[in-house]
Design a binder for this molecule. Sequence first.
Ligand code: AMP
Length: 215
Amino acid sequence: MNLILLGPPGAGKGTQAQRLVQSHGLVQLSTGDMLRAEVRSGSALGRRVKEVMESGALVSDDIVIQAIEARIAGPEAANGVILDGFPRTVPQAQALDAMLQRHGRKLDHVILMEVDEPALVDRLAGRFSCRNCGAAYHERNHRLQKEGVCDNCGGTDFVHRPDDRPETVTKRLEVYRRDTAPILPYYRDRGILRSINGMGEMDDVAQAIEGILRG
Ligand code: AMP
């Protein structure tokens, strides 16, 4: 089963993708995570994309398409993938179709997580993640069970993303509306787009997704 989680930054795509990894044994392919790993590696490419990411703009289609294809072609993707943060433009959606076809795979579901945009700035400003395992938390909505200790791996070092600053979030939302929203009709016309309310409790959102996957 291959699926896309779509929605603006802060919709909860990463959180729900992590749950699906646990519950369905799917592989999460997050272009944002791949790009952040590239930045951490300090490579020439990483240095180039760091600036773009911190400005809230999109990295070029070629770079993310290549990164995704390398993973979709691999054996770990055979059981199915959850695409989180990809595609973000119509050319990326078209490239995805072509590569799935090349590798004999197909897209089963595209799930749009609908959220109240004004609430997103607040949601993103409060989020942080474990530096060690990447588990995502929020200062109010998803707190650590034990202060200062990651529930998942016991790590004690946490990071706030530099692009979650309110001014950058505003830019990322503009980019979403301008460049990413046009892919919705692309999938709607094929009858595989389903929408869910992404504003509820995490468990309710997860249940709504499960309902779609069960068909
Ligand atoms: P995310 O973690 O998905 O919110 O992505 C963080 C940032 O990485 C985005 O604001 C973009 O700068 C870049 N990025 C992630 N995925 C893509 C993509 N599919 N296309 C272009 N840029 C991307």
